[in-house]
Ligand binder design. Structure first.
Ligand SMILES: *[C@@H]1O[C@H](CO)[C@@H](O)[C@H](O)[C@H]1NC(C)=O
Ligand SMILES: *[C@@H]1O[C@H](CO)[C@@H](O)[C@H](O)[C@H]1NC(C)=O
Ligand SMILES: *[C@@H]1O[C@H](CO)[C@@H](O)[C@H](O)[C@H]1NC(C)=O
Ligand SMILES: *[C@@H]1O[C@H](CO)[C@@H](O)[C@H](O)[C@H]1NC(C)=O
Ligand SMILES: *[C@@H]1O[C@H](CO)[C@@H](O)[C@H](O)[C@H]1NC(C)=O
Ligand SMILES: *[C@@H]1O[C@H](CO)[C@@H](O)[C@H](O)[C@H]1NC(C)=O
Length: 932
């Protein structure tokens, strides 16, 4: 018997089970060594669960083994890997201590050591000998686990991001138990989180490798299955992760998503996984340092982060949507977008002047393409400086904005965080500098030569010609200055924008590091740089950004090294707050390129500077689904692609798909040819208009999905597996997606295809266009002419709709409709949230209404479920058309509130089994509609 096996058995025999109520020593039954072969298959470091020693160092055999790691000569990855936990990791060094009111517990650990009591093995140095492991219960389905140096104040190791956390004693309904797996002195510490209902082990550190060091934290966990989703921001070809030792960097970077496997704009350390029985759980690593995560075929995961503490939140679901909701309970729920933000939006970088931009608006309107928001990119600025207008080409922009807004259009402008270093003549810099709002060097000795002795600002280079300083949005005075600059700009220039689009906030810096190189220090050159440092040209963390050794925070308490990935988060928070102060009473929108967990409270996100390729069109679905899991549901990529010239067919298909992005905007880069849909009046414009009219028709449903996400959490756009978690085939579908539970979208993503391979889950589905029930379920092929995107409605749901129009100001004046696809019980239900679409805080102030719809036993009940404030004036538009799908017989009579309707009030088509009811329902009253 090998030593490992012996350890394993003793580990199991001496397991301590920590449950909610008592902390007895219990044998975990399912791990009985004699009843399972698990123990023998988990040999020490079989090739599917190795933890690599020294990634990126190209270890050869000699230097691998001399560093204390093991070497595999068979050339299997990773061939230099950690020895087993007998010389590595942590062991129990104390007893389980309950937190007050049994809201969790702590346990002291110490580093494993050799027989002679020496701790000889360290990967990167700085290991803490004494570590506290703490478990916090936040609810019956959410718990926290953290590891921090014994004498540290854990709250000071947390990122400066506000979470909503209330520790609570557990109830009998708790979904999980925490099991400390260990043995007598000298055995490694491991912890498992177990789902009580199925006994599935959903988190399990027994793969080894636990490290808590000053600048290197590592932990591995076994996964219950290979169905792993999430982590960001990266682009990939499949929603399901590749489990073959695939490493992903997580660190904000102003990096276009064209290259594979690299870190792009945001940092989203969150994953979801499916278990055998279809239950799902989610795990959030609350850490803003650079990190990477590596999949393991075991299946498992290894996290490597370079500072702070390891603090995980585990969400037990068990439904996938419950996981996303539980995550939102901790990080915050999405902002409620104004209604106009759900309309189609148009932008490009490279409008030459105001009339050039106006031409795009006009030709879109001339072709009757719905259009709600027009943007101006950095072209409008004078010498690309924030808070200026190019007087030659865009001097009349404010007048144009006012003009288009009369027609119901809204206007968005871009702002970058970086501020041109121009002391004379450019007040935004001078006022900011006088208020010390800019990021400072951590040590004045790091400043490049020649910088004035009394100037400690860190300068980089972004869009302005001159070098730029970077506002530190963690400072109160910076937020005040930013608000004031926006207010002054808006008022002085009379530029009545509605939306702020904030870019370059990773923060991005064209001159990597700073104007010169970053100094050498332990922050710019940490012992382990993470994958982020290795995928850039410079091989340093400062790739495309500013130096790590610079200061942030009210009292310079943070290093850029610690809060880099929070720059976009803090920028979005400051910008949303500024808009609330400036646009008094009106809801606005912030669109941010860089995000972190919780950014959804403040901003939406576009997927960045994508390329006009079919592959990136397909990948956009994955990005959009992932950001919905991250609770940033207001998301979409640049329709028709940003970089490269698009092609007619691609742009046509992309407009069709883009009509179903929550954030639906066509945007293009400088130098590439115009790609607004009117460029191709007979194809892209026609198909785009058709798809957008469907979008506009369904906006009341989309808006209601946002209301739910804003109030209770959960996704707006979701993958099929969220609705069909037990369906194994649904778990890998990523070329189709859903709006909420009821609308399935199946776009064409390949050139030259006039049909599309789809997967239709086993359920009742109707073709959106014909209203016919579809017969073939599972894997099938659907016809998809160039102007057609396949859409299916799910039986059992009632979708509120409204007749479309050229923009939402107009469509909101039209009458409502209901789409009622029936399930096999001939029933369906749904609801609609409605408010004025633009006032701030309508939900909090009770200025809204919710109508519910329920069809059951041949009776449709329409109810005003909620009008919570007397000053809400009600809905003026009527509901005038209801389409029932899957209605099996022509009714002999239809009565509304007991009054029988004339035969011309409804029409039944036996062939497609659709029943149309034409009747003017006042949305502020209740109705009972009976069918016989
Ligand atoms: C290991 O050896 C290789 C080849 O000699 C060398 O390039 C590399 O830098 C070494 N790595 C370490 C960590 O010593
Ligand atoms: C914990 O470890 C420290 C230092 O290694 C040792 O002095 C102490 O006795 C240990 N405590 C327990 C309870 O094992
Ligand atoms: C830990 O740090 C937090 C935040 O700085 C502070 O509020 C708290 O008082 C500290 N706790 C202790 C025990 O020092
Ligand atoms: C605006 O730009 C367009 C395109 O470059 C050009 O043709 C036009 O003359 C310009 N108009 C004005 C008023 O400058
Ligand atoms: C700043 O750098 C200088 C020179 O490298 C060093 O002597 C000094 O200790 C540093 N100061 C701080 C506060 O780290
Ligand atoms: C009834 O439905 C069929 C199948 O969708 C369609 O072809 C036909 O035109 C419809 N009839 C009427 C009167 O609308």
């Amino acid at each position: 018997m090998k030593k490992w096996t012996k350890i394993l058995i003793s580990v199991i025999l001496l397991a301590i089970v920590v449950t909610a109520i008592v902390l007895p020593i219990v044998l975990p039954v399912e791990n009985e060594p004699n009843t399972t072969t698990e123990a023998t298959t988990v040999a020490p470091n079989p090739t599917n669960n190795r933890i690599e020693c020294y990634p990126f160092q190209n270890m050869a055999k000699g230097n691998c083994t001399s560093a204390g790691c093991l070497w595999d000569s068979k050339n299997q990855h990773p061939n230099c890997y950690l020895p087993d936990s007998s010389v590595y990791g942590y062991e129990i060094n104390g007893t389980v201590t309950d937190l007050p009111n049994q809201m969790g517990f702590t346990l002291d650990l110490r580093r494993r050591r050799a027989a002679d009591d020496s701790t000889t093995f360290s990967l990167y140095g700085g290991d803490f000998d004494q570590v506290t492991f703490e478990v916090n219960y936040y609810s019956d389905s959410t718990l926290g686990l953290r590891f921090y140096p014994k004498d540290a104040n854990a709250s000071e190791l947390r990122p400066p991001v506000a979470l909503t956390l209330t520790e609570t004693p557990l109830t009998d309904n708790v979904h999980y138990e925490t099991r400390i797996v260990s043995s007598e002195n000298g055995e490694p510490f491991n912890v498992q989180i177990i789902r009580k209902s199925s006994q599935a082990v959903i988190f399990d550190t027994s793969l080894g490798g636990l490290t808590i060091a000053e600048q290197f934290l590592m932990i591995s966990t076994k996964l219950p299955t290979r169905y792993l989703y999430g982590f960001g921001e990266n682009t990939h070809d499949n929603l399901l992760h590749d489990m073959r030792y695939k490493m992903w960097p997580i660190f904000s970077r102003g990096q276009a998503p064209g290259m594979r496997d690299i870190n792009v704009y945001g940092a989203q350390p969150f994953y979801m996984a499916s278990e055998e029985d279809g239950s799902s759980h989610g795990v959030f690593l609350f850490n803003s340092h650079a990190m990477d995560v590596t999949t393991m075929p075991y299946p498992g995961l290894t996290f490597r982060a370079i500072g702070g503490m390891l603090e995980f939140f585990v969400f037990l679901g068990p439904e996938p949507e419950s996981v996303v909701k539980q995550y939102s309970d901790v990080i915050g729920k999405t902002f409620m977008p104004p209604y106009f933000a759900l309309g189609f939006q148009l932008s490009r970088w490279g409008y030459r002047n105001t009339s050039n931009l106006k031409d795009a608006v006009d030709r879109t309107r001339d072709l009757e393409i719905p259009h709600d928001v027009q943007y101006a990119d950095i072209d409008y600025m004078d010498a690309r400086k924030d808070f200026t207008i190019d007087p030659v080409n865009f001097g009349d922009l404010p007048a144009l904005v006012d003009e288009v807004k009369k027609d119901g259009l809204r206007f968005g402008i871009i702002l970058d965080p970086a501020i041109a270093h121009e002391r004379t003549g450019y007040l935004p810099f001078r006022r900011g500098d006088n208020n010390k709002v800019f990021v400072q060097w951590a040590n004045s000795s790091y400043k490049p030569e020649g910088q004035a002795a009394n100037d400690n600002n860190l300068y980089g280079r972004v869009w302005p010609i001159r070098e730029t300083a970077f506002p530190d949005f963690f400072k109160t005075k910076t937020k005040q200055w930013w608000t004031e600059e926006i207010r002054i700009f808006r008022e002085e220039q009379k530029l009545n924008f509605d939306i702020l689009w904030i870019d370059m906030n990773e923060p991005s810096n064209f001159l990597t590091g700073t104007l010169l190189q970053c100094p050498t220090n332990r922050w710019d050159d940490p012992p382990y740089g993470t994958m982020a440092a290795h995928v850039g040209a410079t091989g340093r963390l400062s790739e495309k950004t500013i130096c790590m050794a610079s200061n942030f925070g009210e009292n310079d308490e943070f290093l850029h090294y610690e809060v880099h990935s929070l720059y976009g988060y803090s920028h979005a928070m400051a910008t949303q707050s500024a808009l609330r102060q400036i646009l008094t009473g009106k809801r606005s929108m912030v669109l941010s390129r860089s995000t972190f967990a919780g950014s959804g409270k403040y901003a939406g996100h576009w997927l960045g500077d994508n390329y006009s390729t079919w592959n990136q069109m397909a990948n956009s679905i994955i990005g959009m689904i992932e950001f919905n899991m991250f609770n940033i549901p207001y998301v979409g990529p640049d329709i028709c692609g940003f970089n490269l010239n698009t092609e007619e067919e691609m742009c046509e298909r992309w407009m069709e798909l883009g009509a179903f992005y929550p954030f639906s905007r066509n945007h293009n880069s400088f130098i590439f040819k115009d790609q607004d849909p009117a460029q191709w009046p007979d194809t892209v414009a026609v198909s785009g208009r058709k798809a957008l009219n469907i979008r506009y028709r369904l906006l009341p449903y989309l808006y209601t999905l946002f209301y739910d996400s804003h109030t209770i959490g959960g996704t707006v756009v979701r993958p099929l597996y969220h609705e069909y978690p037990k369906d194994i085939s649904a778990r890998s579908i990523d070329k189709q997606f859903m709006w909420g539970p009821a609308l399935l979208i199946s776009p064409v993503l390949e050139q030259g295809k006039l049909s599309v391979d789809v997967y239709i889950p086993d359920d009742v589905w109707y073709d959106y266009y014909t209203g016919e029930r579809i017969e073939v379920l599972g894997k099938t092929n659907l016809s998809a002419p160039r102007d057609h995107i396949n859409l299916h409605l799910r039986g059992g749901y009632i979708l509120p709709a409204q007749k479309p129009a050229l923009n939402t100001m107009l469509s909101r004046q039209n009458n409502f409709e209901l789409l009622v696809p029936l399930n096999d019980q001939n029933s369906a239900s749904g609801k609609m949230f409605w408010d004025d679409g633009e006032s701030f805080n309508t939900i909090e102030d009770g200025l809204y209404q919710i109508n519910t719809f329920e069809l059951k036993a041949d009776t449709l009940t329409i109810k005003v479920e909620k009008v919570s404030n007397k000053s809400w004036s009600g809905i003026t538009q009527l509901l005038d058309t209801i389409q029932f799908m899957g209605w099996s017989k022509n009714p002999t009579s239809v009565a509304v509130n007991g009054v029988i309707l004339g035969k011309d009030s409804y029409s039944y088509n036996e062939t497609n089994q659709n029943l149309f009811l034409f009747y003017e329902f006042n949305m502020n009253d209740d109705f009972v509609v009976e069918f016989q």
